[in-house]
Design a protein around this ligand. Structure first.
Ligand code: AMP
Length: 431
């Protein structure tokens, strides 16, 4: 089916042609005609399936069909991270290239002033992260009284990241009579229930099985003792075909440690995590996109929404904290029907997590060992890093004395020692 069959106007069709798009992706074919009728919509699609164009194109069409309302903002797109905001902006600019549309972005970590100035100008479309936007709205910047469209992109992640209170406050300041679109790769029933707070009689379009990673991604589990993970990573990066590799670390410090190790063996890499400045993040992403570095080490939050053409491999150096994170991580490769490989390191204590993931995605991951890699080398003398998750520490047992050795529950507690969690052991690192 050509794009013209969806009822898009010639200026948009010309921009799509220039972007090299020949036909709509399934989520676009399903969502665009519905959005054009003016209904609220929940779109569920795997990452990399073209969901940005699925909501941007019909909005551009509807905007172009009605003249602008003075200085009023007409579209607000909310997204969880600055990188995703920048990427949506890039897409909107490409699709609206032949339209007289003014747009701006709003996110934290950079100066407010240019954003405040942009909100004062004739901007029709804003792409924003909820936190900074709320700050500016509280200072009464922007005229929101003519808002026609609200888009919540990666809605599940925005809610996971604790943006719900900010989103609620932002939405309160918007006109009720608007069209609201919510897009997400995964959508749990709890989050789905919340959507009814923001959407009015929404239609749902769903492409592919819910929570099913892109079919074009080959998924493999590499079983490896924890102390050999860095060595395995270095060996894998030496294999042919490792052209553009995104490596996921669970923590910022872990990402820096991996990067230092790779640099020490002359593998140039970039790092992307929230301790880095916005400029450092954009530079790292830019160099990776341009192919100047072939390896990018990132944490989940920083990597959300990254759209880099031709990522050949995603390596889950640390097993993802949640099954949803896994789906998002591996969605960074195999985008727009290209093929990609997702390799997940699995330590001996992570097999339960792997099985839980396999149930979630509805398929088993083949286990593989790297040929020629020495899996037998001994662990270094220092104790290995703690397993996954920021786990709660046990109260320290006093050394050398008998205090506490034979005590009953609640008796003879050492000074300063407190009973935690009502006596139950709680893991913060589990799913
Ligand atoms: P998204 O899921 O919106 O992040 O899009 C993933 C990638 O697919 C982006 O690089 C888009 O430029 C590309 N894309 C989106 N729609 C199409 C289409 N109809 N044909 C070809 N590529 C597309």
């Amino acid at each position: 089916m050509p794009f013209a069959a969806l009822g898009l106007e010639p200026r948009i069709l010309a921009a799509l042609k220039e972007a090299g798009y020949t036909e709509p992706t399934p989520i676009q074919a399903a969502a665009i005609p519905k959005i054009l009728t003016g209904v609220d919509l929940i779109g569920i699609a795997q990452t990399g399936t073209g969901k940005t164009a699925a909501f941007v194109l019909p909005m551009l069409q509807l905007l172009a069909s009605k003249p602008p309302l003075g200085r009023k903002i007409r579209v607000l797109v909310l997204a969880p991270t600055r990188e995703l905001v920048a990427q949506i902006e890039e897409n909107v600019r490409a699709y609206a290239k032949h339209l007289p549309l003014k747009m701006a972005t709003v996110y934290g970590g950079v100066g407010e002033r240019p954003q405040v100035m942009a909100l004062r100008e004739n901007v029709e479309l804003i792409v924003a992260c909820p936190g900074r936007l709320l700050d500016l709205m509280d200072q009464r910047h922007g005229d929101w009284t003519g808002l026609q469209f609200l888009v919540l992109d990666e809605a599940d992640r925005m809610l996971d990241m604790g943006f719900l209170p900010s989103i609620r406050r932002v939405v309160k300041k918007l006109p009720k009579n608007r069209q609201t679109l919510l897009f997400s790769a995964t959508l749990s029933p709890e989050i789905e229930a919340l959507t009814h707070e923001f959407l009015h009689q929404p239609h749902t379009v769903q492409v592919g099985r819910r929570s099913n990673p892109a079919e074009t991604v080959t998924q493999i589990a590499y079983e490896v003792p924890r102390h050999l993970k860095l060595a395995l990573l270095v060996s894998l990066l030496g294999q042919p075909g490792m052209d553009s590799v995104l490596v996921f670390s669970r923590t910022k410090h872990g990402a820096d440690r991996i990067a230092r190790k790779l640099e020490s063996v002359n593998i140039k890499c970039g790092t992307l995590h929230s301790n880095r400045s916005q400029n450092q993040r954009l530079r790292a992403l830019g160099e990776f996109k341009e192919g100047k570095v072939r390896v990018l080490v990132a944490t989940d939050i920083a990597a959300r929404g990254i759209d880099v053409d031709g990522i050949s491999h995603v390596i889950n150096y640390d097993f993802p904290m949640t099954n949803e994170d896994y789906v998002h991580r591996i969605g960074r490769t195999g985008r727009a029907n290209q093929v990609g490989d997702a390799l997940s390191f699995v330590c001996p204590d992570e097999h339960g997590d792997l099985r839980s993931l396999e149930r979630f995605i509805g398929r088993g991951l083949p286990r593989k060992r790297l040929e020629g890699f020495d899996y037998t080398s001994a662990a270094p003398p220092e104790p290995p890093a703690p397993p996954r998750g920021p786990r709660q520490q046990r109260p320290q047992q006093p050394r050398g004395g008998d205090v506490g050795r034979f005590r009953g529950a609640g008796q003879n507690r050492a000074p300063g020692e407190q009973r935690r969690g009502g006596g139950q052991s709680r893991s913060w690192g589990g799913r």
